[in-house]
Design a protein around this ligand. Structure first.
Ligand code: 13P
Ligand code: SF4
Length: 298
């Protein structure tokens, strides 16, 4: 399987991009394993003709928006993001009509059509900076993750109106479970993703995107960590820090959509050159503006 994929990759001049929540074997075969922000940046820069996006639908759509002349393959077509489905373009248009002067900041975990209705995108790695880039006298509507929105609003010291969306995987974790894990591993540092509830992030030693967690674990003097994000990240955490111990905060921290991609599906995608993800030009042009504004924020 491994050799077949490598051969096909060469024949197609393809690059394999993997999110940090993917299965270990997918991360191992990928050219880049990264968070949502880095995947978007790399997709925008690649010389490859084909991008195999091992992640969920909105990530492949972002690659298709940023690289209209490339073929973008999503090995498992049904790998969606339930949070992204919590906002439709119609509902967002209705909310915008109620708040005509608001700047719409949209988490990349959203459809291309929703991005097209937005002013600027953000990821969990740059949400605070994106909010800080908006003039202080402007009202902000944050879409769709209310947990990330609340966390970023607090960090940026900014009031925002939140959409009622959440990640079904991260939002399940309770503060009681975090305290339970701390009791079990009293020496451990607790790091959690901002998609967790505010009552959970409030108890953590470190709150950041997946790439931020990798950095924190590498740079910390601590030897033990409790990890409050999707369990796929354990692969890189353990690989990069063989002398440190990582414990998942709760066994339910699994995103079924992220686990739907297998090596077999990657091979079939490269063989058949499908499923291809495309975005209609009239949506792409507007969604691109929101993504480009985000990528310009330093
Ligand atoms: P990041 O990799 O940007 O932290 O994303 C988390 C996530 O849930 C992606 O679906
Ligand atoms: Fe969506 Fe949550 Fe899965 Fe990320 S972890 S893809 S936000 S459902």
């Amino acid at each position: 399987m491994w050799e077949d994929i490598k051969q096909l990759k060469k024949e197609r001049n393809a690059i394999i991009l993997s999110h940090l929540y993917q299965r270990p074997e997918i991360q191992e075969i990928a050219d880049l394993v990264a968070d949502s922000l880095e995947l978007a940046r790399r997709a925008a820069q690649t010389d490859a003709d084909v991008i195999v996006l091992c992640g969920v639908h909105f990530m492949a759509e972002s690659a298709a928006i940023l690289c209209p002349d490339k073929i973008v393959l999503l090995p498992e077509e049904d790998a969606g993001c339930p949070m992204a489905d919590m906002v439709t373009p119609e509902a967002l248009r209705a909310k915008k009509a109620e708040m005509p002067n608001a700047v719409v900041v949209t988490y990349v975990n959203s459809s291309a059509e929703v991005k097209a209705e937005s002013d600027i995108c953000c990821t969990s790695a740059n949400a605070v900076k994106v909010i800080q880039s908006i003039p202080e006298d402007k009202e902000i509507l944050f879409v769709p993750d209310k947990n990330l929105g609340q966390f970023a609003a607090k960090q940026a010291n900014r009031e925002m109106v939140m959409w009622e969306g959440h990640c079904r995987t991260h939002d399940l974790v309770t503060p009681e479970e975090l305290l339970e894990a701390k009791k079990k591993y009293p020496e451990a540092k607790v790091m959690v993703h901002p998609e967790c509830r505010p009552e959970v992030t409030a108890l953590a030693d470190h709150v950041s995107s997946t790439s931020g967690m990798l950095r924190y674990a590498r740079e910390s003097q601590a030897k033990q960590f409790i990890v409050g994000t999707e369990s796929g990240i354990l692969h890189q955490l353990c690989k990069q820090n063989p002398d440190k111990e990582f414990h998942i905060l709760h066994k339910k921290l699994i995103c079924p959509n992220m686990k739907a991609t297998t090596l077999k599906k990657v091979k079939e995608a490269l063989e058949n050159m499908r499923p291809q993800i495309t975005v209609p030009a009239h949506i792409r042009e507007r969604a691109l503006k929101s993504l480009e504004r985000m990528l310009e924020v330093k």
